[in-house]
Design a protein around this ligand. Structure first.
Ligand code: PHE
Length: 468
């Protein structure tokens, strides 16, 4: 029996900022710029923008409309529409369960670096071995993870409107201001390397924005497409139940068409800005080869760059890590909220009790992930050819295997089982009409399932034709 009052967002802006808070995260700031640098600059940007307007829109509309129309979390939403498809809700719920185990670990690393810069130890952080010796140490990563988890849990504990919405309303604008500031600073940089070559931020911007079609083959194009596609899903937080949860908190008078455009724009705008601040800066200090550094970019290359900026580097370092901390916190809040809200309804228990229990379980799981770099260390090769530890394995299962599989099943479910009208009706409530209805229909029935099948087979290692 539903006796407790259901939580909800106060209106459209609160919802948009909270959803953008979930979408804008480590993925936008760290993964997007490095993919753009790797995949031909402007070429990647063009592909990505095209995908946001088609795939991104389709999956975001699907999740949010399912949430609002059923008023339930993924776990129960699918079952309430078609009992035989209840399994999809349960699989969807598993994604935030898996992500929760490691997202707070990364959040802890970010918090550690924020404190390093705040205490003026930026030279130490620029040492080659600093990051590795930090994550392999036994106690420190766990302590920072616990602090980050405590901050996340506090917001979720307070509730949807007073916690999540209020927090996002303060943090998201601050994040934007910090990013714009750093991006402008990045463009003014210039540096002459020991060989006497001078490089400027504006040249770096050109590397980032101008499409590089050199040596473009079909297989390279497809691999760029797949990179952009998996980035998009992760970045928009779709196909993992999170946007279904947030959608269930939206009032019927909110125009979902407009809200979706705003969420897409916020998420993509932040990703583009992140590229504008990181790519020129890395280019200025290390040239084009510095941008190949991939995942270690954030914790290794950037600290080196901040230290070569002299004392300004401390200020930029503080601004940079505070900004990522904000981005990571609002994302982590959305993951935990999905777990808490789902368990509240499954066990018919109070928010406070469930929040505390989930925080405790998450702490234990995240501590195990931290140990993946010392006591439980192993190194295996993933199906995509990259090597990884415990954290990477969980990340790979949740993002590269489960998310495309869920998106594929969801598109079949909506496109062919219950039919797109089910979503379209919901999109028309609170709006004059569903603005991209025709596009939605073609995408959900044909394009999304076809492309996702390819993506899934590629990620699961079944299809290797696209690997270059
Ligand atoms: N969308 C977030 C990002 O781009 C990541 C995220 C993943 C957030 C899963 C919530 C859940 O970093």
């Amino acid at each position: 029996m539903q006796t407790k009052k259901r939580n909800g967002f106060s209106g459209s802006i609160g919802f948009v900022l909270a959803a953008a808070g979930s979408a804008v995260g480590v993925g936008n700031i760290w993964r997007f710029p490095y993919l753009a640098a790797k995949d031909g600059g402007g070429l990647f940007l063009l592909v990505y923008l095209g995908l946001v307007l088609t795939f991104g829109f389709t999956m975001l509309a699907t999740d949010i409309a399912i949430g609002r129309r059923t008023g339930k979390n993924a776990w129960q939403a699918f079952a309430s529409i078609r009992p035989s498809w209840g399994f999809l809700g349960k699989i969807t719920f598993l994604v935030p369960v898996l992500i929760m185990t490691y997202y707070t670990v990364i959040g802890g690393w970010i918090l550690k670096y924020t404190t390093v810069y705040l205490t003026g130890k930026h030279q130490a952080a620029a040492q080659d071995s600093y990051f590795t010796s930090f994550i392999t140490s036994r106690v420190s990563p766990i302590v920072f993870m616990l602090l980050f988890l405590a901050m996340t849990a506090m917001v979720v504990y307070v509730g949807v409107e007073k916690g999540i919405e209020k927090f996002s309303r303060v943090v998201m604008p601050c994040l934007l201001v910090l990013m714009i500031g750093i991006a402008i600073y990045s463009l003014t940089l210039r540096y002459t390397d020991p060989a006497g070559n001078e490089r400027t931020g504006i040249q770096g911007l050109a590397v980032y924005l101008i499409p590089d079609f050199k040596g473009l083959t079909l297989s390279r194009f497809l691999s760029i497409l797949l990179d952009a596609m998996s980035q998009l899903f992760f970045s928009l937080s779709v196909s993992m139940g999170i946007m279904i949860t947030y959608g269930s908190y939206v009032k019927k008078d909110v125009n979902l068409n407009r809200a979706i455009v705003q969420i897409e724009s916020f998420d993509t705008g932040v990703a583009l800005l992140a590229g504008m601040m990181i790519v020129p800066a890395v280019y200025v200090f290390t040239g084009t080869q510095g941008m190949q550094s991939g995942p270690s970019l954030m914790f290794v290359s950037l600290p080196k760059m901040f230290s070569s900026m002299g004392s300004v580097g401390i200020v930029i370092g503080i601004a940079f890590f505070t900004m990522i901390l904000f981005a990571a916190l609002t994302s982590s809040v959305s993951i935990m909220e999905t777990l808490v809200a789902t368990c509240m309804s499954i066990f018919d228990a109070s928010r406070r009790k469930v929040s505390l229990i989930i925080a405790a379980i998450s702490a234990l799981c995240a501590a195990v992930i931290c140990m993946g770099y010392n006591v439980l260390y192993f190194n295996i090769t993933l199906p995509n050819g990259q090597s990884g530890q415990l954290l990477d394995v969980i990340d790979y299962i949740s993002n590269s295997v489960m998310m495309p599989a869920i998106a594929l099943l969801t598109s079949i479910f909506i496109g062919w089982v219950i039919k797109p009208e089910w979503i379209e009706t919901e999109m028309e409530i609170g709006a004059e009409r569903f603005t991209r209805k025709k596009l939605y229909r073609v995408m959900i029935q044909y394009v999304v399932p076809a492309i996702l099948l390819l993506l899934f087979m590629q990620a699961a290692g079944i299809l290797r034709v696209f690997s270059v």
